[in-house]
Design a protein. Structure first.
Length: 319
């Protein structure tokens, strides 16, 4: 018993000696470095908001193709002027041979807006209405009904759905080209952050903005200089009021008479259709729905951040 105890004591002494050799005693006081303080941020449900835009137009059409091209370029410039931060704007354009019903719906399905984002689709080209509603006329003869577009956009579950179109709203018949008219273009100073009017229209309300440039039984006029009358005045109004916070209702109230005035200025005696000889004397934008204004308005500083956010993905070329 004593022998076993002595052997254990000797082994313990050897281990203690080795430990002391590896960690010699310090001559000075032992300094303890406190851990770095941890900043605890208050809980919040905030996340950055984005504006997703899909532009589409039949630029190959022999009668209105040049006018459509003016619209697409003007709208592209407008959104990049009002939303200059790349992380906040995702914009893609379908034109030329890329225009058909499946391609447009497929592009809409590709977008993945969050529940706080705005999703915008703008069509420039031929259109008409039938008993099933207003539709966009595809180059191959297919009909893309605006109700289909709204439904596809709603499936992405964004905060706001915006569907704007510059197209005729007559009972289905062939469209004709329009004579040109001259108008001055606006020069806009380059900005650093999102314009107040864009923040108010696209990031504050919830619901659906669904507007066409002409009401039932009317033609939507356009020309090769300024493009579609409605889309032209939509862009012009946003540029003129870029520093203001305007509601969709106020925008429609201001733009509608401008569109009609431009049509009547160009055709003071009305426009006679070359095929049906029907006389058209007005063009009034058609509003199917407007969003609920200022629903859950977020901190305005939230959309004026630096570019440290993760950039939005690009539309694949095969989309």
């Amino acid at each position: 018993m004593t022998r076993h105890f002595c052997i254990r004591l000797w082994a313990w002494s050897c281990l203690a000696s080795l430990a002391m050799a590896q960690w010699p005693a310090q001559s000075g006081p032992v300094l303890t470095v406190p851990p770095s303080p941890v900043s605890i941020l208050p809980a919040t449900d905030w996340r950055p908001q984005h504006i997703h835009v899909l532009l589409a137009g039949d630029t190959n059409d022999p009668s209105v193709g040049k006018s459509v091209d003016v619209d697409l370029r003007n709208l592209d410039r407008l959104f990049h002027e009002l939303v200059p931060q790349p992380w906040q704007l995702q914009l893609y354009t379908l034109r030329g041979d890329g225009i058909n019903k499946n391609r447009i719906l497929g592009a809409i399905d590709w977008y993945h807006p969050s529940s706080d984002d705005a999703f915008v689709f703008i069509w420039s080209g031929h259109g008409a209405h039938s008993q099933a509603g207003h539709y966009f006329h595809m180059p191959n003869g297919d009909r893309l009904y605006r109700a289909e577009v709204v439904a596809a956009m709603q499936q992405r579950r964004p905060r706001l759905v915006v569907l704007l179109s510059g197209s005729c709203n007559e009972l289905a018949r062939e469209q004709t080209s329009r004579p040109p008219c001259m108008s001055q273009r606006l020069e806009v100073e380059k900005r650093q952050n999102i314009a107040p009017i864009a923040e108010q229209l696209f990031l504050s309300p919830r619901g659906i903005a669904n507007i066409n440039g002409a009401s039932e039984g009317e033609l939507d006029f356009c020309n090769n200089d300024i493009g579609d009358y409605f889309l032209y005045h939509f862009c012009r109004y946003l540029r003129e009021n870029c520093e203001r916070r305007i509601s969709w209702r106020s925008l429609v109230a201001a733009v509608s008479p401008r569109v009609n005035a431009l049509m009547q200025e160009r055709f003071p005696d009305g426009y006679s259709h070359g095929i049906t000889h029907k006389l058209y004397t007005k063009q009034t934008p058609r509003v199917w729905s407007l969003p609920r204004e200022n629903q859950g308005l977020r901190d305005r500083k939230s959309t004026r951040l630096n570019s440290s956010h993760i950039p939005l993905s690009r539309m694949p070329s095969s989309a």
